[in-house]
Design a binder for this molecule. Structure first.
Ligand SMILES: NC(=O)c1ccc[n+]([C@@H]2O[C@H](COP(=O)([O-])OP(=O)(O)OC[C@H]3O[C@@H](n4cnc5c(N)ncnc54)[C@H](OP(=O)(O)O)[C@@H]3O)[C@@H](O)[C@H]2O)c1
Length: 345
């Protein structure tokens, strides 16, 4: 870690052909350290945000935007420190964020980057709780699910970037929170440290029975879809009248190479939506970026983090070369918190 005269870069060398992202689709190369020209800044990358949607950017047909070309640097949200500034609006040492991808250095003309608030506890928080994961949770809980006191909120990947904030915001609004995780350590942390009412371990034999038991207690009012469709099927018969679903993603589907087996449940789901008058909202956080709600979120979330009402759980991995394995890890549930890679201090 630290200063270097070369620019190490993680390159996309193959299209994935595996059900879970595989480190073999990446290569590591070394280019000369770039030099900033007039009106430019040189940024030393310090943090990478590892996001499930990045897997989609590797595939030939990308889900939301153009895929990364073979031979190009892997894209992704980034944080860095200005090392040289030839611009009046940036000074050496300023912390900035952008999307320049998995490499040690980046030269910018000042567009596509923005300064990071120096008062936040750690700059990497803009990649998680104060970034798109936290904002996605905020929009889901407040705008789409409109979680109310006494209601039951179900969410998967409960210690992930999105889930950890969804559950804590749900608690702040007085809901009974039921999160899905893998492994007993995550169950304990979710319940004891983050304060979720129940955490269910999706890897245990009695997972389905536990879901049935918990979902039938008071029914289901709010459902955040982010992990797997199987739990939605278990929850469907227990939805209360006027329940709400926020469809944020499906981890188990992204990495699949084919549709899941089994009978088509579409009609069952739509029948329940009809009978229970359930509202279903598709959520892409980017749609809300730059809105007044985004500014309100940043202010409120910073205050909650500083005041201790929201706890931030980061899964920190050191070294650019470990970014591919960290991406693979989020599809295997190896991250204990929001996954970030540290390149330098
Ligand atoms: N719509 C939006 O704007 C938006 C914004 C942020 C996130 N999201 C979506 O929310 C989901 C979670 O994102 P994140 O950034 O919070 O993830 P993350 O921090 O990377 O965590 C991913 C977690 O998902 C769980 N998981 C992995 N594979 C799974 C599977 N096959 N079935 C069930 N759970 C699985 C694992 O947790 P356990 O092993 O502990 O279960 C893993 O740790 C993704 O679908 C993502 O696309 C959407």
């Amino acid at each position: 870690m630290g200063e270097s005269s070369a620019n190490r870069r993680i390159i996309v060398s193959e299209r994935p052909r595996f059900s879970v992202p595989n480190t073999k689709v990446f290569g590591l190369d070394t280019a000369p350290k770039p030099k900033p020209g007039d009106g430019e800044i040189l940024i030393r990358t310090t943090w990478l945000g590892i996001e499930p949607y990045l897997y989609g950017r590797l595939k030939a047909t990308s889900s939301q935007t153009t895929p990364v070309s073979l031979g190009d640097v892997m894209v992704g949200p980034t944080v860095g420190r200005v090392e040289i500034s030839n611009r009046p609006d940036y000074a050496k040492g300023d912390m900035v964020q952008g999307f320049w991808g998995w490499q040690d250095y980046h030269v910018s003309d000042g567009s596509q980057v923005s300064k990071i608030d120096p008062d936040i506890p750690r700059p990497s928080y803009v990649l998680g709780a104060l970034g798109m994961s936290g904002f996605g949770a905020y929009v889901a809980v407040n705008e789409y699910l409109k979680v109310k006191r006494g209601e039951t909120l179900i969410f998967g990947a409960a210690l992930g970037g999105l889930g950890q904030i969804v559950g804590q915001l749900g608690k702040m609004r007085g809901a009974r929170t039921i999160g899905g995780v893998s492994g007993p350590q995550k169950v304990r942390y979710g319940e004891d440290v983050l304060g979720f009412d129940v955490c269910l371990d999706r890897k245990t034999k009695d997972f389905k029975a536990r879901c049935e038991q918990e979902f039938s207690r008071n029914g289901v009012d709010c459902y955040l879809m982010s992990a797997t469709g199987g739990v939605l099927q278990l929850a469907m018969p227990h939805f209360n009248l006027h329940a709400r679903i926020a469809a944020c993603g499906v981890m188990s589907f992204y990495s699949g190479v084919e549709l899941p087996p089994g009978p088509d449940q579409t009609m069952v789901v739509f029948n329940e939506i009809n009978l229970k008058r359930i509202s279903v909202h598709g959520l892409v956080t980017l749609d809300w970026a730059g809105t007044p709600l985004h500014s309100q979120f940043k202010k409120e979330m910073k205050g909650w983090i500083q005041g201790g009402q929201i706890k931030v759980v980061e899964h920190i991995v050191d070294g650019l070369e470990n970014a591919p394995d960290t991406l693979q890890g989020v599809f295997e549930g190896r991250n204990f918190g929001k996954a970030v890679v540290r390149l330098a201090d």
